[in-house]
Ligand binder design. Structure first.
Ligand code: NAD
Length: 477
């Protein structure tokens, strides 16, 4: 198989944009300023058919490449991303809104995408001897699924696309990726950069709206669909995938609870709580979305968290002072604003934020903390996916666990305490795919990650995540 090597690094953001945009395509506006970033090409169903046919044709050739060589290609793909990191991060910031520099933002996302490729290439996956005794021998291994469809959301477009693409390629599959219609440029730019390192035909991007996603998920040319997005769309995808029996990994919405135990040190945990909730301006699947605080430390936690929140500048992404950006789109802004109003109406005490500046360009919603909420307030029960954290006071840990578990979401959760054993006991009772202790949302390419209940099924990352991009095969003799 021909393999191109990494050539000169892709230059600036303007060159990247020139390479991927279509003058008659979909307008993509900067969520911080409303200015035009570029126009994204739109795929038709015929384009999708062509992309899937190409992926089908290429797949056996790629599957025949030895695993070690496929891993070497993933490392070269990581090199290409690293070489283009400043340009990719600038484009990502302009399209998605997150600041370029500070904190877990655009450069972090691009760096994480490269790191994920490398980590995925380093995971051990050997054939497993199930038994080898007088009755015989059985060996389990994983073969490629075939053609993988990858549908991604707009919050971490580059990183989430890599989460889908890297294990799919490692396992010998080819990929057709459908980015969110809100952030297609970042994913097109990613694919453009990866083309320097990947053999032709392994990855094709089909930008477009929901109809392209729907056509991809119902297409008989897809063997496995990786979907990250909302629970409602996940259900629609499952319905369209039924006729072709397409295998699914569904990473869906979360409404992660954090439980602060009575022995927690408010000042010590405040910054961790803040980033757990407000990373990417709250637009993160596994962000802390509802906080339960024991009455003994409630006032201290509210005060310490408010102080941290007040010190975090929000604004346009290329201004190096900012650590938080706007919401990516108006619809999300309206959801957050509506939920905060319902929290106010329900007796919530706004500790900070809650009043978006009128006439400010862009979709900026201020960092908002709302205390004294009832557990059935919509800001608690619905996923806000933005910078507004509800805080609920509790007096018994049993109640806190019951409240944490009562919703139909189970992506992540966290327990905050100065006593590690006590925290682990409580973590064992919380129903979620991952429970962190004294941190929140810290995903790791070595740790399987996925949701339960309405947050979906299947896992990404780790050896389990690789297996999810393969089909098991037993040879018994
Ligand atoms: P969304 O479901 O609206 O869109 C996600 C993608 O699905 C987009 O590419 C969209 O075009 C496509 N799509 C829409 N309708 C479709 C259909 N009928 N068939 C096929 N594809 C379709 O989600 P979003 O608003 O982009 O993302 C936010 C949501 O994603 C939040 O709920 C968040 O919690 C969730 N999310 C989950 C994870 C996770 O790992 N579990 C990670 C990030 C985001």
């Amino acid at each position: 198989m021909n393999r191109t090597t990494v050539t000169a690094p892709t230059t600036g953001c303007a060159e990247l944009l020139a390479a991927i945009t279509d003058p008659s395509g979909r307008e993509i506006l900067d969520p911080a300023t409303g200015e035009l970033v570029g126009r994204a090409p739109e795929s038709t169903v015929a384009d999708l058919d062509r992309a899937l046919a190409g992926a089908r044709e290429k797949q056996p050739e790629w599957a025949a490449v030895p695993d070690a060589e496929r891993c070497a290609v993933l490392h070269r793909a990581a090199d290409a991303i690293e070489a283009a990191a400043p340009a990719l991060a600038e484009l990502l910031s302009r399209e998605q809104g997150k600041p370029v520099h500070n904190g877990p933002n655009a450069l972090f996302e691009v760096g994480a995408a490269a790191a994920w490729l490398r980590a995925t290439a380093s995971l051990p996956l050997e054939p497993e001897t199930l038994f080898d005794d007088e009755s015989g021998t059985a060996v389990l291994s994983y073969e490629p699924v075939g053609v993988v469809g990858a549908i991604s959301p707009w919050n971490w477009p580059i990183m989430i696309s890599v989460w889908q693409i890297a294990p799919a390629l490692r396992m010998g599959n080819t990929v057709v990726a459908k980015p969110s219609e809100y952030t297609p440029l970042s994913v097109l730019a990613l694919a453009h950069v990866l083309a320097e390192a990947l053999p032709e035909g392994l990855l094709t991007v089909v930008p477009g709206g929901r109809e392209v996603g729907a056509a991809l998920s119902g297409h008989p040319g897809v063997d496995k669909l990786m979907f990250t997005g909302s629970t409602a769309t996940g259900k629609a995808i499952m319905r369209s995938a039924a006729d072709s029996l397409t295998r699914l990994t569904l990473e869906l919405g979360g409404n992660d609870a954090g439980i602060v135990l009575p022995d927690a040190d408010a000042r010590a945990i405040a910054e961790g709580l803040f980033w757990g909730a407000f990373i990417n301006t709250g637009q993160t699947c596994a962000a802390l979305k509802r906080l339960y605080v024991h009455e003994d430390v409630y006032d201290d936690v509210c005060e310490a968290l408010t102080e941290v929140a007040a010190a975090m500048p929000m604004g346009e992404g290329r201004d190096e002072r900012n650590v938080l950006g706007p919401l990516q789109n108006r619809a999300q802004f309206e959801i957050v604003a509506g939920l905060v109003e319902q929290a106010r109406a329900g007796g919530g005490r706004v500790l900070i934020g809650g009043n978006p500046e009128e006439n400010r360009p862009g979709h900026f919603y201020p960092t908002t903390l709302v205390a004294d909420l009832d557990d059935d307030n919509p800001l608690v029960t619905q996923e806000q996916f933005g910078p507004a954290l509800p805080i609920v006071k509790y007096s018994s840990v049993d109640d806190a666990v019951r409240m944490a578990n009562r919703l139909d979401a189970g992506l992540g959760a966290s327990v905050w305490s100065s006593d590690a054993d006590r925290a682990r006991e409580v973590a064992a009772r919380v129903r979620a795919g991952t429970v962190w202790i004294n941190k929140h949302g810290a995903v790791d390419p070595r740790m399987p990650f996925g949701g339960i209940k309405g947050s979906g099924f299947g896992v990404e990352f780790g050896v389990e995540g690789l297996k999810a991009l393969g089909v098991p095969k037993v040879v018994a003799f």
